[in-house]
Design a protein around this ligand. Structure first.
Ligand code: CP
Ligand code: NVA
Length: 306
């Protein structure tokens, strides 16, 4: 049976660890994997803009000896020019996998339901699992163990936050989430991960005070205040989120060595200051680089079952 990667829910803890192991090998010896996708085409359907996700997938597919086909906004016009299921069934006759970046998570689920090839989530309004997987992989490179480590996620309880909740709950990583009221992460995600975090002993807590949330943490993570699709709310959100900026004042109340993460793109001067983003503790470009290595591992696992 084909396997998709549309949510962190799709991966068991063992599968996550196997993916990280494979990522380490790919990163160390990329040429060992240069023909893994030969004669295979992967189609990227992107209904939102992208730098990292598009380029890291396209470069990764090329490095694995495969071909990528990019279909941007308006090209395929999902559900308008053609029903999603017809797109899924057609592309399944040509390609080996579909990477989809879209708005509603339902669109992605429908694509996965009707495609007979693996479907990978390239970001939806609900989640961004490739990002969360790469982020935690990045932390495995920074710390000898993730036991008893705590991440503080400060800002909007959005797609990136939801996927971080899943992976932290699975892997036993503590997560302090500070958002303004009414911008908390998805209720369903919090409820669904309760049992997981009991099993893994992850302490996942919601805060309304960024100062409280960053106390004694090992990592501080943030993302834009207005995600793609919410641009019209940007001015309103700028006011609501103004006390949630990652700046030197907030860091003064955190551990001196805590690492700084951001999935990027960053809105410098809004959710994070230049000073913090460019500081020596910032690992944002390591995160961005690891998208490439981790996604190559995902493609190999889904397409080769390795
Ligand atoms: N972090 C991330 O997914 O970046 P892009 O939107 O540029 O792909
Ligand atoms: N939350 C952001 C993430 C971008 C990678 C968005 O959805 O726009």
């Amino acid at each position: 049976m084909k396997k998709d990667f549309i949510s962190m829910k799709d991966l068991s803890i063992d599968e996550i660890n196997e993916l990280f192991e494979l990522t380490r090998k790919i990163k160390k010896n990329p040429l060992d994997f240069k023909s893994t996708l030969s004669n295979k085409s992967v189609v990227l359907i992107f209904e939102k803009p992208s730098n990292r996700t598009r380029v890291s997938f396209e470069v990764g597919i090329w490095q694995l000896g495969g071909q990528s086909i990019y279909l941007g906004q308006g090209e395929i016009n999902l559900g308008v020019r053609e029903a999603i299921k017809d797109v899924a069934k057609t592309l399944s006759r040509y390609c080996a996998a579909i990477v989809l970046r879209t708005f509603s998570h339902k669109i992605l689920q429908e694509m996965a339901e009707f495609a007979t090839i693996p479907v990978i989530n390239g970001l939806t309004d609900l989640s961004h699992p490739c990002q969360a997987l790469s982020d935690i992989y990045t932390l495995t490179e920074k710390f000898s163990s993730l036991d008893n480590k705590t991440i503080a996620y400060i800002g909007d309880g959005n797609n990136v936050c939801n996927s971080l909740i899943y992976i932290c709950a699975k892997m036993g990583i503590n997560l302090n989430i500070a958002t303004p009221k009414r911008f908390e992460p998805e209720n369903n995600v919090v409820a669904e991960t309760k049992n997981l975090s009991i099993i893994s002993k992850a302490n996942i807590q919601l805060f309304y005070s960024p100062q409280e949330a960053v106390k004694n943490v090992d990592v501080i993570y943030t993302d834009v205040w207005a995600s793609m699709g919410k641009e019209r709310e940007a001015a309103k959100r700028k006011k609501i989120f103004k006390n949630f900026q990652i700046n030197s004042q907030l860091l003064a109340g955190a551990s001196r060595n805590c690492l700084i993460m951001h999935c990027l793109p960053a809105h410098r001067g809004q959710e994070i200051t230049d000073e913090v983003l460019d500081s020596k503790n910032s690992i944002v470009f390591d995160q961005a680089e690891n998208r490439l290595h981790v996604q190559k591992a995902i493609l190999i696992k889904l397409l080769k079952g390795k």
